[in-house]
Design a protein around this ligand. Structure first.
Ligand code: NDP
Length: 344
């Protein structure tokens, strides 16, 4: 009997928000294992804002997903069959993979998972696969936080944002989060220890920043762009640092928009704006995992995951990232109870 798997393939490039029909979900035969490959049963699929970027053919930091090809995604999974030396059945791996429940891989883009003590796989994968290192390198290397400085982070209750704010607190910053809705804002201040939170859906962000940071902002950990970014950047202090991590409010745009108002301020206030992609730090991944794993194990960093069942509903869930429908790091539970390179 031929083993089959379920898999999503990119059918057409989305225009605006991702829509039904942009990807197709199907069942197909699992490719045979060649020497040097192993079969991974996917337990968790990470849904990330960058998935929308990979579906497009706009300029980006990795090749776009080809039309008709399996959708790329970050996965965590368990080895169920191996023809690769050093990889054993039962081993857990995470990294670049596919929106599928089974994938054949030579291990490229995947790393063996070391679970920090007491931390379940969904939490370890949710934080350590991408968003934690993004927060770690973006804030520490590019934001260069110093005790007493004011740090503002947008999309603060999401995967990256919740970790950025908590590392900021560990470094002695005053941390202001910006998020959509009172429940997310309450979570930031009451559960994660942020100093303040601004509900951009119901409050005037500029007026609240004026009240909370009358002397200005030292670090903008920017994840949103648009009016939220304008409000923050226009209140930066001399020699402030804008860490340009993401622009999620713009990912579904169908035409270029100009947010030019603050570029003059960048000049006059000698701001550093540093765009980065976390893969720039691939050579230092182990450092981030060790630090983040330690903080997770000793309770210094607590995170919330938004885990949803069913690979077949992944496309529907993805849309939540662009509407604020997720609360915490968005993951799909693929493995029903038990989650690069040249994966196929
Ligand atoms: P999140 O878990 O933060 O989910 C996205 C969140 O963005 C939503 O929950 C929503 O929160 C907020 N959002 C969506 N649309 C808007 C909008 N129009 N205006 C304001 N806020 C909006 O996702 P991640 O933590 O995975 O990613 C956050 C950002 O970091 C993204 O921009 C992503 O592209 C970027 N990123 C960059 C990386 C890099 O290497 N540079 C790596 C990983 C992520 P709310 O309800 O608060 O509006």
């Amino acid at each position: 009997m031929v083993a089959t798997r379920h898999i999503w393939r990119l059918a057409r490039r989305p225009v605006g928000s991702v829509a039904e029909g942009d990807m197709v979900f199907g069942e197909e035969a699992v490719p045979d294992l060649a020497e040097g490959e192993f079969l991974l049963k996917v337990l968790y699929l990470s849904l990330d804002p960058t998935n929308r970027i990979w579906m497009s053919d706009a300029e980006q930091y990795m090749p776009p997903v080809e039309l008709g090809a399996p959708m790329r995604g970050l996965v965590a999974g368990r080895v169920v069959k191996s023809r690769k030396d050093g990889v054993a059945e039962g081993d857990l791996y995470s990294g670049f993979g596919l929106w599928a429940d089974l994938m054949v891989t030579d291990g490229g883009g995947l790393n063996r998972i070391e679970l920090p003590p007491g931390v379940p796989l969904s939490v370890a994968f949710g934080v350590l696969a991408l968003v934690g290192p993004t927060a770690y390198f973006g804030l520490l290397d590019l934001g260069r936080p110093k005790a007493g400085e004011t740090l503002v982070v947008s999309a603060a209750a999401g995967g990256v944002g919740q970790v950025v704010g908590q590392i900021g607190k560990l470094k002695g910053c005053r941390v202001i989060g910006i998020a959509g809705g009172p429940e997310k804002c309450r979570f930031l201040t009451e559960e994660l220890g942020f100093d303040a939170a601004i509900d951009y859906r119901n409050e005037d962000v500029g007026a609240r920043l004026d009240a909370l940071a009358p002397d200005g902002i030292d670090i903008d950990f920017e994840q949103v762009g648009g009016p939220v970014m304008n409000a923050v950047v226009s209140r930066m202090r001399l020699h402030g640092r804008v860490v340009l991590c993401g622009l999620i409010s713009r990912y579904n745009d169908t035409e270029e928009r100009e947010d030019s108002g603050y570029w003059r301020l960048v000049l006059m206030r000698r701001l550093s704006i540093h765009g980065f992609i976390v893969t720039d730090f691939a050579g230092r991944w182990a450092e981030a995992l060790a630090a983040l794993g330690g903080w997770m194990a000793d309770g210094s960093i607590r995170t919330r995951q938004d885990v949803r069942p069913g690979l077949d509903r992944a496309l529907e869930y993805l849309d939540a990232l662009y509407t604020g429908g997720n609360f915490g790091k968005l993951l799909v539970e693929v493995g029903a109870g038990d989650t690069g390179g040249t994966a196929r």
